[in-house]
Design a protein around this ligand. Structure first.
Ligand code: FES
Ligand code: ZN
Length: 285
């Protein structure tokens, strides 16, 4: 018998995904945590006929990354799928721990790397869409931060679905109306193995404060959903009024993926990190 949690989660995922244009091959970014592990499970139950490729990025954050990969493998195996793993250190010659030496606030650099690499891998796999497990509270925190910090450009760019643009693969967030508690219940209910440990190097105090604020403002899920739809409407209005210019995209001079600058931030940062590590190596001789 289906539980209420299962029914709600499935219905909300279905309602969201039905808004996307038709797609057949989806990459699901699997971190090893409960959110993406649950997304893989729900999505395969709701859409058994779609092709799914789980992709994991091993960022080289010591034992945390090893455990994350182990759990992502277990989740893929439970779903009967082969996990695609991209190991940053093996592929690029440095880890996020190395990048941290040059960028002490490495979280945003790491986030940019993840977005770029997921797109590149999905493009090479010829996927139609990339699905990530950002949930309701993730969106509320992000949108609230933008409003309070007058980050209108960020708010205007906010979308739960991004269509394909050239070599930028379409992106969808099927959990945008599902709260984290429901996802946790779903994961336990379905016996999904997951890593509960959080990244040990992330500086998230700011995000945690906003997260607590969201919990104070909206005790009930219905309130969170209401705030979500109000903020989404605000983002749409900002986007459509034309007052905020959207960056023009052109191919990166180095990798060819569309970017808002001559060289994309990924290529520029990789170059800087490698040069830094080379200098460090030379100085140690
Ligand atoms: Fe990227 Fe923690 S996962 S900094
Ligand atoms: Zn590039």
């Amino acid at each position: 018998m289906k539980s209420l949690t299962e029914e709600i989660v499935k219905r909300r995922v279905l309602t969201e995904v039905e808004k996307y244009p038709f797609f057949q091959k989806a990459v699901i970014a699997l971190s090893g945590g409960k959110d993406s592990g649950s997304l893989l499970h729900v999505f395969m139950e709701v859409y058994p006929d779609k092709e799914v490729i789980p992709v994991h990025l091993n960022l080289g954050i010591g034992g945390f990354s090893e455990a994350s990969e182990r759990f992502a493998r277990m989740q893929a195996e439970k779903a009967g799928l082969q996990l695609v793993v991209f190991n940053l250190e093996k592929e690029l010659g440095f880890s996020i721990m190395d990048a941290k030496k040059l960028y002490p606030k490495v979280c945003s650099v790491c986030g940019g790397f993840k977005r770029y690499l997921l797109n590149r891998i999905s493009f090479e796999l010829d996927a139609d869409i990339i699905l990530t497990a950002h949930h309701l509270e993730d969106f509320l925190v992000r949108m609230l931060k933008s409003v309070l910090n007058a980050g209108f450009e960020e708010l205007a760019r906010f979308k739960t679905y991004l269509p394909r643009k050239g070599n930028l693969v379409a992106k969808g967030r099927p959990f945008c109306r599902v709260s984290e508690n429901l996802i946790a219940e779903y994961a336990f209910l379905k016996g999904i193995p997951f890593l509960s440990e959080k990244c040990p190097i992330g500086r998230k105090e700011n995000v945690e404060r906003f997260r607590r604020t969201v919990e104070i403002l909206a005790r009930r899920q219905s309130q969170k959903l209401l705030y979500f739809s109000s903020l989404t409407k605000l983002a749409e209005k900002l986007h459509s009024c034309g007052a905020i210019p959207m960056p023009e995209l052109k191919p990166c001079s180095s990798c060819g993926f569309l970017a808002s600058s001559e060289t994309c931030s990924f290529c520029a940062r990789v170059r800087k990190i490698k040069a830094f590590l080379d200098r460090e190596k030379a100085a140690s001789f």
